[in-house]
Design a protein around this ligand. Structure first.
Ligand SMILES: [Zn+2]
Length: 503
């Protein structure tokens, strides 16, 4: 769908978007209510036990680390932490849920009333929008259905369905936002920013592809200036940030077309089809009373003390927003660089170690190398920064070699390529290949004099006013010295010689 179509619709209508984000606590060792390991994939139905298979009489024991991770997420997002809370049973029948109920939280979630500030857009049109967080609660994930035959693995038209309970019982936090989001881009940025927070907390790998982070969106539109909400549709099945954006853009235009033609929006759940780039109706949305929530009788309620909450708060790491600020204020990084590095936990760890070796005054060139050659190398190889073989000290050494004039920036790129391939330290590469950049004025002057003597016509032209020839002279000297001279020094020496002889 064309971008300007969405822009045109958003001039007449205001979109009201709220997100519901499920995140598996993949960094935990065991499931929510049993000791089965948490992992992705694997041979179906191998990580199961009577508790997560919902066998009669099996009793759940809550995973304390999961409770702590949920409260940590709440604290990171400025939520109020409940002093009293409990689990509820959410009753519904579906084959991927062996107990026929899900242990979840209802009116007493662990965390509520938080917010996250989200930077949207770039450059002069950038702005910050605050998105309220209604609640964060803890529940168990369901198993996974595999529909065989039919279209796109969907149940409709499938020949048969298989079920894998490996995922059943995985600790899952559900975060619900206030309907504060107004555009597909704000929704995408919210989800991306939330992901950086969760990654910084180390509670999940937040993989949209593997489904450990799943974003559903409620979206409605209303004429600009109206105060009443329109009827909302829930959009599901977006497995990338781009899909979230595109599904919302499609849905906003679809609803506008409906209203423009005198129709009305039906409250329903809609499925995003990434290949066809459209949403289609799935089922009418359940109301809370359909689930017949009641307090989970197999577990006592939680009573968090102030001391316990304080002990969790003490474990909060530096969050990406604070890190961005620090990089800009203390290291003088441009906003965009600061964001790109600070939002990535591993990259920021690498960057900070490199800066600690190279010196804070070289933070900017270090950032350039991290975001330039290093990121390109990681993209090309598909390796994570901690497994790419380049250590922060090695990049720092390279930056120092360039900054102190030992080698040129161009030579630096060759050294980087060699270091990335062999793991050899930059200093060793420079020595072995005899790459030292010549900054010695006497050596350069000797070559410069030869070049000037060999080209009397050009010297005369330069003196006659064609000062642009300086670049040509620099090129000649650089070629004579096989690219190893410091260009800035060559420039200075040539100008001095030409001016001197001019007199
Ligand atoms: Zn189990």
């Amino acid at each position: 769908m064309a971008k300007d179509r969405l822009a045109e619709v958003l001039e007449r209508y205001e979109a009201v978007i709220g997100l519901e984000i499920h995140t598996e606590l993949t960094s935990l060792r065991s499931k929510m209510f049993c000791g089965c390991p948490v992992a992705f994939g694997g041979e179906p139905n191998t990580r199961v036990c009577p508790v997560c298979l919902g066998m009669p009489g099996a009793l759940p024991v809550p995973n304390e680390a999961a409770v702590e991770a949920t409260v940590l997420a709440g604290l990171a997002l400025e939520c109020e932490i409940a002093r009293f809370s409990q689990f509820h049973r959410k009753n519904y029948f579906y084959p991927d849920m062996p107990k026929n109920y899900q242990i979840s939280q209802y009116d007493l979630p662990f965390c509520k009333n938080g917010h996250l500030d989200v930077e949207v857009g770039e450059g002069a049109s950038a702005y910050v929008t605050r998105v309220g967080i209604t609640r964060i609660h803890l529940e168990e994930d369901t198993g996974k259905m595999i529909h065989v035959g039919g279209a796109e693995g969907r149940i409709a038209g499938a020949d048969y369905s298989l079920v894998d309970f490996n995922r059943a019982g995985t600790p899952l936090i559900e975060l619900v936002t206030e309907p504060d989001i107004r555009t597909p881009e704000e929704a995408r940025r919210f989800a991306q920013t939330l992901r950086t927070v969760f990654l910084a907390l180390g509670i999940s790998d937040c993989s949209m592809e593997e489904g450990s982070m799943r974003v559903d969106a409620n979206v409605s539109i209303r004429p600009r200036g109206a105060t009443e909400f329109g009827t909302k549709a829930e959009v599901k099945n977006m497995n990338s940030f781009k899909a979230l954006h595109d599904a919302l853009a499609y849905e906003i235009v679809r609803q506008a077309d409906l209203l423009d033609s005198g129709g009305r929006v039906v409250q329903e759940t809609r499925h995003w089809d990434a290949a066809a780039k459209r949403t289609s109706g799935l089922r009418s949305k359940e109301e809370a009373h359909d689930y017949r929530y009641f307090p989970e009788p197999d577990m006592v309620p939680f009573e968090f003390t102030d001391e316990w909450i304080a002990s969790v708060k003490a474990k909060l790491p530096e969050l990406p927003a604070a890190r961005r600020e620090r990089y800009a204020a203390e290291l003088g990084l441009p906003k965009q660089d600061a964001r790109l590095i600070a939002d990535d936990v591993a990259l920021s760890r690498f960057f900070e170690q490199a800066v600690s070796v190279a010196g804070a005054d070289r933070a900017k060139p270090v950032a350039n190398w991290v975001l330039g050659e290093l990121s390109a190398h990681l993209n090309a190889t598909g390796l994570a920064v901690e497994e790419c073989g380049i250590l922060p000290e090695m990049l720092a050494e390279l930056v120092v070699l360039i900054e102190d004039g030992t080698i040129s920036g161009k030579q630096g790129k060759d050294v980087f390529a060699e270091m990335a391939q062999t793991g050899e330290r930059p200093g060793a590469v420079v020595e072995r290949r005899g790459m030292r950049q010549v900054s010695d004025t006497d050596a350069i002057e000797a070559v410069a004099r030869r070049v000037l003597d060999a080209h009397p016509d050009e010297v005369a032209s330069y003196r006659g006013g064609k000062s642009g020839l300086i670049g040509w002279f620099v090129g000649q000297v650089m070629r004579e010295m096989r690219g190893q001279a410091n260009p800035a020094v060559v420039n200075d020496v040539l100008r001095a010689l030409l001016d001197q002889q001019d007199r």
